[in-house]
Write a protein that binds this ligand. Structure first.
Ligand code: ADP
Ligand code: AIR
Ligand code: ASP
Length: 271
């Protein structure tokens, strides 16, 4: 018993030390200069570049907007700048709430320095209000408040249209994650949902749903990656239910930049 207690406190101490060291390394790297080297990936909304450090990348936010798996495309001037700034703010706040993220620092209007991860090919979704694909799939009205947050995972594979899957598919069939990692991801995701709901409620916005991605860093640690922005969340004005997110583009409503600018302004972000 005594021995167990000792080894538990030793394990806790070494875990704390590892976290402290990781934070210190991140702080040191945040003070250093890194430049874009090779373009390593161009996606639908962002580009990733390698840097002098093999474990760090530069993430560039484009103005490109796509929906329905690239079937609908446009360029919306200013979108990348807004998403970069909004995602910076949210990632910084989330890391203060106990969820480790890939974010290190914003470099300029369109770029941020991030930790390179091996992306777990899952789109992790939480829904607080019925909308989008869930409302359609289950034949329910958009806007219905859900009794508890609904957690979904989709297999991130454009060719298949990111299909909805369950835990067994992810762990045993696709083998992209373990049950233990999935439990950690779910725990982080529900924490993020609580944090985001409050953040947006305070600025009179309802967080309808959102999608996030996780990856593992060089030490195998799970980090929140990618972005959190109006491209990846559904945000409705709390009084009018007006859409303030990418549905403005998906549904041809217009006014996307104005809506994202309003989200940034309510978050007190200077663009
Ligand atoms: P998509 O690939 O779906 O078209 P984007 O245009 O947003 O999406 O491209 C960004 C890509 O970078 C995504 O595929 C995302 O999974 C990946 N990514 C995000 N953060 C990291 C990271 N820290 N390390 C490596 N890859 C990342
Ligand atoms: N999402 C899913 N794939 C890409 C993104 N951005 C986000 C949507 C929405 C949530 O995931 O922006 O916030 C659920 O989307 P859907 O289409 O499944 O209802
Ligand atoms: N980003 C995805 C696409 O381009 C899904 C979406 O946001 O609607 O298809």
């Amino acid at each position: 018993m005594k021995k167990n207690k000792k080894s538990l406190s030793q394990a806790l101490r070494s875990n704390l030390l590892r976290r402290k060291q990781a934070t210190e390394i991140t702080e040191i790297k945040a003070k250093m200069e890194f430049t874009k080297k090779e373009k390593i990936y161009e996606g639908k909304a962002k580009v990733l570049y390698s840097t002098e450090d093999k474990n760090l990348l530069i993430q560039y936010f484009k103005d490109d907007a796509t929906a329905f798996n690239n079937l609908k495309k446009d360029v919306i001037a200013g979108k990348g700048v807004l998403n970069n700034a909004i995602s910076e703010r949210i990632m910084l706040d989330i890391s203060k709430h106990g969820v480790p993220t890939h974010f290190i620092k914003k470099l300029n209007d369109r770029e941020q320095l991030i930790k390179k991860v091996s992306i777990i090919p899952l789109e992790v979704i939480v829904r607080n209000i019925a909308a989008g694909s869930m409302a359609k799939r289950l034949g329910i009205e958009e806007g219905l408040k859900l009794p508890a947050p609904v957690f979904e995972i989709c297999y991130k594979k454009d060719e298949l249209g990111d299909p909805l899957i369950n835990d067994d598919h992810a762990v045993n069939v696709l083998q992209v994650v373990s049950f233990k990692q999935l439990a950690e991801i779910k725990n982080y995701t529900l924490k993020i949902n609580e944090f985001l709901q409050k953040l947006f409620a305070d600025i009179n916005i309802k967080l309808v749903d959102f999608k996030i991605e996780f990856g593992t860093d060089v030490d195998g640690k799970i980090l929140l990656a990618d972005e959190i922005s109006p491209d990846s969340c559904r945000l409705w004005d709390a009084n009018t239910s007006e859409k303030m997110d990418k549905d403005r583009f998906r549904r041809d409503l217009g006014g996307l930049v104005e809506a994202y600018t309003e989200v940034a302004s309510r978050l007190n972000i200077k663009i």
